[in-house]
Design a protein around this ligand. Structure first.
Ligand SMILES: [Zn+2]
Length: 285
């Protein structure tokens, strides 16, 4: 088989597999004429079919088709022997009917069992082309041919693809619906979200808890500093007692500096302020 043809057949079987669920081993229904011509032209039918379909195959023959071969008599014994190596497909025709009709009935309107049909019958092939997804194989001058996809097959494939797209679209809509549903939930959580931002600041504080205590202290200090300021005015007049207070503030500030410094500038500013105030207080004193 030529490279080009092999590629085309591989692509075609890929189409049947992808779009219509054909699976290996491909079930190949072989008719009586095919068996006859195979033995006459000494073709290894199974091998040829496997080569053309480019995958594992399971050749099959219906009861009616093998009955046709029996009717041909001893002259066609090799064809009968060949057919006997194939798996028998029960077609449930109590009285044997013509092979073409039998195969057409087995394929039905949809080829739901996904058969590949190997037939030499022109009328049957024409009939099967009207049914989507029926790979058809025939022998032409001892060359096995896989027919190109029929119009029905191509149409059905396109319809399926479109359906799949629509399904995908609806799924997307469902998904987006879900997402819009989930988004509000997130928004509900959202109010908690902004808080984390404010919590961030809080988080900074809770981690170095001791400084938080300092906060209180600082406030006290500030108060004390302001009170010192306030007091200082009086103290100018009074003098004496505030020494201890101002010294205390200064000491505390220094001790804070010695502590680990997780606090941010603000507090340092506060400290420096406190220090400055202490200094000024000292200077003033
Ligand atoms: Zn039958």
């Amino acid at each position: 088989m030529r490279q080009k043809r092999a590629k085309a057949y591989r692509k075609l079987m890929g189409l049947y597999s992808m779009s219509f669920g054909f699976r290996q081993p491909y079930q190949v229904l072989v008719d009586s004429d095919m068996c006859k011509s195979a033995t006459e032209s000494k073709i290894d039918l199974t091998k040829q079919i496997t080569t053309v379909l480019q995958g594992e195959t399971k050749p099959m023959i219906t009861q009616c088709c093998i009955h046709e071969l029996y009717l041909l008599g001893k002259a066609q014994q090799p064809a009968v022997d060949l057919a006997k190596t194939f798996e028998r497909r029960k077609c449930n025709h109590r009285e044997p009917i013509p092979g073409d009709d039998c195969l057409a009935s087995v394929v039905g309107e949809t080829n739901k069992h996904r058969y590949v049909i190997a037939t030499q019958s022109q009328p049957l092939r024409a009939k099967l082309r009207a049914i989507p997804a029926v790979p058809i194989v025939h022998v032409n001058r001892s060359v096995m041919i896989l027919e190109p996809p029929s119009d029905a097959t191509i149409q059905s494939k396109e319809q399926r693809e479109e359906k799949a797209l629509h399904v995908a679209g609806s799924e997307r809509a469902a998904l987006s619906g879900q997402s819009t549903l989930t988004k509000p939930e997130r928004k509900k959580k959202g109010p908690k979200g902004p808080n984390p931002l404010s919590v961030k600041k809080k988080k900074v504080d809770p981690v170095p808890e001791p400084p938080a205590k300092d906060k209180g202290k600082r406030k006290e200090k500030e108060i004390s500093v302001s009170s010192v300021r306030a007091v200082v005015g009086e103290k100018r007049k009074r003098d004496g007692t505030d020494d201890s207070e101002t010294l205390g503030v200064g000491q505390e500030a220094e001790s804070q500096q010695d502590e680990p410094k997780p606090k941010k500038k603000r507090k340092r500013k506060a400290k420096t302020e406190a220090l400055a105030v202490a200094d000024t207080c000292a200077v003033q004193l």
